[in-house]
Design a protein around this ligand. Structure first.
Ligand SMILES: [Zn+2]
Length: 347
């Protein structure tokens, strides 16, 4: 296999033994060679050989995978995005589903304790998933989780994956993906999400009194899904004619659906730029498929219109959006097994 010259991350400061890497403050990039095999090896080490005392390493990887398209041109990912996903996942696991996150029943893990403290302090019903909390409280909780998560997970994951995945500096509030690893994650996103969900469910099964791993897997697979997309519907509805994005039929008030243009099962996040209004029939028929490429042109034009019209407080929904990113996502969805040929029957 031909190896290309790429940036490679090594530990510069701190203790460079893997088991001590949680304590790292900085991990830097150096020139080196790296192939897909090197990356698979690092991932295998992460899944099967690195130490597991809490579920957080899997939750952290899941959060990274959910944020692949929230990076800037330099592949820099802000910790606020990363820990928003992480907090949402763990709020839903800990508070909503009441699941224990460490292998020691006598000792609360730090994140679990933070989340339980907030849930008690604000008397939040267990039935509420994270996105039901008001924005201010969400941000407060994310901040508390980020302060601890930064310290414990960024360096640990860096060490568990042989320092290949990213460079980081805890003071800088962001990490930067290693380009070949970033492209690898895009290529194998679906498989990696499934593997990570499985490992997370397996860990939780071992440390909680639940029926079996399938029971948890179903919960873990949808843990990041929003309970309501209503907020997005209100915005899109303001700027669009009331027609189905796919078949153009007039939408009836009560049967408007919000469709993920790139299927949710692949992208695993709800982004305004990936949501379109659709009739019930198209939404159900399309399901987990990708639409024909003329719809890709169509959604890019739709997004241009949205971008021109959004008011100030809505603009952050497009913070890292670029038409090229959507095109890349569309292409990568094929690598990940989605066919890209769906169109409504009536057309
Ligand atoms: Zn339709």
């Amino acid at each position: 296999m031909i190896k290309s010259l790429v940036n490679f991350i090594v530990i510069k400061e701190g203790k460079n033994q893997r088991d001590m890497s949680w304590d790292l403050k900085i991990g830097e990039i150096k020139h080196s060679y790296i192939s897909d095999i090197d990356i698979w090896q690092a991932i295998n080490h992460f899944y099967f050989h690195s130490q597991v005392t809490t579920s957080y390493k899997f939750g952290f990887f899941k959060s990274l995978l959910e944020n692949l398209y929230n990076v800037n041109d330099e592949l820099v990912l802000n910790y606020n995005y990363l820990f928003y996903s992480f907090t949402k996942i763990y709020w839903n696991l800990v508070v909503h589903h009441g699941l224990w996150q460490s292998n020691n029943r006598n000792q609360h893990s730090v994140i679990q304790r933070i989340l339980e403290t907030y849930s008690e302090k604000y008397a939040i019903p267990k039935q509420w998933s994270f996105d039901k909390l008001d924005n201010e409280l969400q941000l407060k909780i994310v901040k508390a989780v980020k302060t601890n998560g930064k310290r414990y997970f960024i360096g640990a994951f860096y060490g568990d994956t042989n320092g290949l995945f990213y460079e980081f500096n805890l003071k800088a509030e962001h990490l930067k993906f290693n380009k070949p690893v970033y492209e690898f994650l895009q290529h194998h996103q679906r498989t990696l999400i499934q593997l990570t969900n499985y490992q997370l469910a397996k860990f939780l099964e071992k440390n909680n009194n639940v029926p079996h791993v399938d029971y948890l897997l179903t919960k873990v697979e949808v843990i990041s899904r929003r309970s309501s997309l209503d907020k997005f519907y209100q915005i899109i509805n303001k700027y669009e004619n009331n027609n189905c994005f796919y078949c153009s039929s007039k939408l009836k008030q009560r049967s408007v659906h919000l469709d993920h243009f790139i299927p949710w099962s692949f992208i695993q996040t709800d982004d305004l730029w990936n949501l379109v209004l659709s009739c019930q029939r198209c939404n159900l028929q399309k399901s987990d498929k990708v639409a024909e490429s003329n719809y890709l042109d169509h959604i890019i034009k739709r997004n241009d219109i949205l971008l021109d019209n959004l008011i100030n407080e809505e603009e952050h929904y497009f913070e890292y959006y670029l038409a090229e990113k959507l095109i890349t996502l569309y292409e990568y969805s094929r690598f990940n097994g989605y066919t890209g040929k769906w169109k409504p029957y009536s057309i």
